[in-house]
Design a protein around this ligand. Structure first.
Ligand code: SAM
Ligand code: SF4
Length: 465
């Protein structure tokens, strides 16, 4: 039976907890930070305590704790991906989005399958291996089949014998039967953002179309998991309502998925609202989140759900992205375009894009920057292709064993990037980083890394363990 009731979001409980815990004592904060270091996650009350930190020293401790957890679980890896916007047609009226149906200020376009393949080839040419397929909620005449066809086109596209190896998807909520079709196309993660968990705000900002139905959206990940999609992603559009409320509601959502399916979301996205063509609210968010609050949000999430990946998009500036790597971000997009056709045509176009970007740098520049900071850019898709998803992934990740796979795989996928796509400057910085990293590794991970990287150096592609 399809789950369509989102009563697991309990606003009264959130208000009570925020009232009771959001002005915590020094000792309360210290206790929660100590518990967080055990890396077993936090409950709603503890998250509320962290949102109430105002003392600069304790804020610093929060950031240090987040950094410790990130280093322990994820090491220095940063997974790279690019969004692939296939269509900006939409029947909804989300007041913050340029794609909303009545917005006359943008040019509408949905890519045909040849164009999807060309767009994918442009991404492969840059060195990408993972894409996030994105669309508005209205499809050309083929209906939902358009999305399925597009996923297939992405997987089929080739450039110089290289391919995209994981397609994640961010499209409107589906029924269980539709999710089964999506799974059959071998998608990686299905992600959907609730935008705001606050009912009254949700109603105010979604003024037309199917997206007006809060419960249908909030239960979409239940249906996805019921259909057998193991990896799902959640998110909130920060700026619509009080971030403290949103964090607690997100925790309710996560706990509900853990209760019903035994495993929570694979990723959390933290989009902050950015200016969008034809939207007033997007330029004046009613609950604008400051840069400091944004860093606090990332750090709190790292403590609250240590094993869930945190995704940072190019909505944020290069500087903000750099700052949040240390606080818990594990996946980043790079070289993004939000206008359908934007990669092949090499245009970043506000007249058909979804929102303004904060980081406009091409992939090679982002990779060089990340590597200079000591982070290993990873294009690895090993877990998903070996079936280490959902509960299996969490079982491996929780005792830290994933490090024995992810570390070596990140290095070999990075070496593959350097061999085939990097500029000479990025190549030399990257190779040095790979060798320094292997030198610091020990035991089995080190042996594996050495072997995998050497195989790539000899010209092999797509090697992982
Ligand atoms: N149309 C589908 C939907 O709404 O779920 C999927 C794709 S939608 C293009 C992807 C996400 O973009 C939305 O969930 C929303 O959080 C985000 N978004 C919309 N307008 C934005 C803005 N002005 N700034 C930043 N993110 C925005
Ligand atoms: Fe359409 Fe999604 Fe934009 Fe809403 S957020 S207008 S559903 S594309």
């Amino acid at each position: 039976m399809e789950i369509t009731n989102a009563s697991f979001i309990n606003e009264q409980e959130i208000s009570n907890i925020l009232q009771k815990y959001s002005k915590p004592s020094y000792e309360q904060v210290t206790d929660v930070l100590a518990k967080a270091r055990e890396m077993k996650g936090l409950d709603l009350q503890e998250v509320a305590v962290l949102t109430g930190i105002s003392d600069p020293l304790q804020l610093h401790e929060l950031f240090q704790t987040a950094n410790h957890i990130k280093d322990t679980i994820y090491g220095k890896r940063l997974v790279l991906f690019a969004p692939l916007y296939i269509s900006n047609l939409c029947a909804n009226e989300c007041v913050y989005c340029a794609f909303r149906a009545k917005n006359k200020a943008i040019v509408r376009r949905s890519l045909n399958q040849t164009e999807v393949r060309h767009e994918t080839e442009a991404l492969i040419k840059q060195g990408h291996k993972r894409v996030l397929l994105v669309a508005g909620e209205s499809y050309p005449k083929q209906g939902f089949q358009y999305v399925l066809d597009s996923i297939r086109s992405v997987y089929e596209a080739r450039y110089n014998d290289s391919e995209i190896r994981r397609v994640n998807v961010n499209v409107a909520p589906l029924s269980v039967d539709e999710f089964k079709l999506l799974k059959a196309e071998k998608i990686g993660t299905y992600q959907i953002f609730q935008e705001t968990y606050h009912h009254e705000t949700y109603k105010k900002v979604h003024v037309g179309g199917k997206k007006m139905n809060y419960d249908w959206r909030a239960t979409s990940l239940h249906r996805a998991m019921e259909a057998g999609i193991d990896d799902v992603g959640i998110g909130v559009l920060f700026g619509l309502f009080d971030y403290r409320f949103e964090l607690l509601a997100m925790m309710q959502h996560i706990h509900e998925l853990e209760r019903v399916f035994g495993v929570g979301p694979h990723t959390i996205s933290v989009p902050r609202m950015e200016p969008a063509t034809g939207s007033d609210i997007a330029s004046h968010p009613p609950f604008a989140v400051s840069d400091l609050e944004f860093r606090k949000i990332v750090a709190i999430l790292r403590l609250a759900v240590p094993y869930t990946g945190i995704i940072m998009s190019t909505r944020e500036t290069a500087q903000m992205r750099r700052e949040t790597f240390a606080l818990g971000v594990s996946q980043i997009s790079a070289g993004s375009r939000t206008n359908p056709g934007g990669y092949e045509e090499e245009v970043e176009d506000d007249t058909s894009g979804q929102f303004s970007l904060g980081d406009h740098r091409p992939l090679d520049e982002v990779i060089r920057d990340v590597a200079q900071m000591g982070y290993i850019p990873s294009f690895c898709t090993g877990c998903y292709r070996l079936g280490r998803t959902g509960q299996d992934f969490m079982d491996l990740a929780k005792p830290g064993a994933i490090k024995a796979h992810c570390g070596p795989n990140a290095l070999s996928s990075f070496m593959e990037y350097l061999n085939n796509y990097a500029s000479p400057e990025t190549f030399s910085i990257g190779v040095k980083l790979i060798e320094d990293t292997i030198a610091e590794m020990e035991g089995l991970p080190r042996d594996r890394a050495r072997k995998l990287v050497d195989r790539v150096k000899q010209g092999q592609k797509d090697v992982f363990c």
